[in-house]
Design a protein around this ligand. Sequence first.
Ligand SMILES: *Cc1c(COP(=O)(O)O)cnc(C)c1O
Length: 431
Amino acid sequence: MILHRSFDTSNGHLTIDGLDAVELAKEFGTPAIFISEDAVRGMCRMYRDAFSKYFGEGASPIYAGKALCFKRLYEIMAEENMKADCVSSGELATANAAGFPMENAFFHGNNKTDFDLEYAVKLGVGHIVVDSFDELMALDEIAESVGVCQKILLRITPGIDPHTHKKIMTGNVDSKFGSAIVTGDAERIVRLALELEHVKLCGFHCHVGSQIFDIDPFRDAADIMLKFVRDMQEKCGYTAEILNLGGGFGVRYTEDDPEIDYEENIRLLAEEINGMCEKLGINRPHIHMEPGRSIVAAAGATLYTCGSVKELEGFRNYVSVDGGMTDNPRYTLYQSQYTFINASRASEEDDFECTIAGRCCESGDLLGEGVKIARPERGDIIAVLVTGAYNYSMASNYNRIPRPPVVMISDGKPYVAVRRESFDDLMKLEN
Ligand SMILES: *Cc1c(COP(=O)(O)O)cnc(C)c1O
């Protein structure tokens, strides 16, 4: 949608997908999350086209629903022929309720319960990405009791450092995810999977991290994983059909983040992978990747209404908005940076330095510090850009604050995909 501001020159209001942000705020209330359906579809097509062009037949981009998950989004993913990565029974249930073809779903997680496994097997989930020995044994039993042979991938930890934020760094050996190659666990779990009768091993999966801006971590992971593919061929006579390199392509949240050309990265990665396969003397497995953030983040923007503006002489200025960590906990969790715009005064100079604060009773409930926007007044609409990923999906009801609606914009027309929570919704679970 917009990282750079576009505004209506007649009134100075920010525009989102061509629509007046102040009018949108009036119509749908604040806080509200807006998602450009066109932008989401555009990213899906870019990934799909680049995958078939550079990785060839059998390659597949898989949308990681943990970035943003509700029924309408899975309808769009189904229409765009995307596969889906689900990380809980709840995500599976959402995809299934949306009519998403479950054979195109991959089920992840480091601790799937017996309930989860049985639920997934009975739904007909295409592939379960098995994380551990315990889970493999449990799944084999459950598949037997359901009377199916379940297709699986094994999650392998290649043990590389993707040079990204620690809290979202998952490819290391010391990880709750997967079986490590260096410890020998990866080989042992392959041997076990090959012995079991009610699972069919289809290949390997790894995930090295998030907010990755170049192909280096993917290339390093592919290098290790393809060698592992060759080793398993030589040692166990097993040829992996699928190699899934996980998610993690980065997103430009602010002008300080580098620009990223996804298609070019995919082209370069494919070139590297082809070269590696040739060197190793193996056939290229079907390459899968699991972009989440990069499909939905830039398609989203959140609108808030400015409340109090507090100028602390000699300290700093606080601009409080009617949302915060309950709809976007990422600054509180990771000090994630965002681009803020005073949507009511988008044509004015960004000369008011401030801290954007949420409304929770929690000093840490901030959305950004050292932010520069046009000096706001109570009632102005404040926009935060690139909020499509890990905002709504991480939203909570802390302080009994209802979650905002998700408004999709398709071809210049807004529609509510998820309505705003009501106070009744907040209490609906109580006896
Ligand atoms: C989080 C995650 C993804 C998606 O990562 P993005 O950074 O959103 O692209 C994909 N696969 C797995 C296994 C993940 O844990």
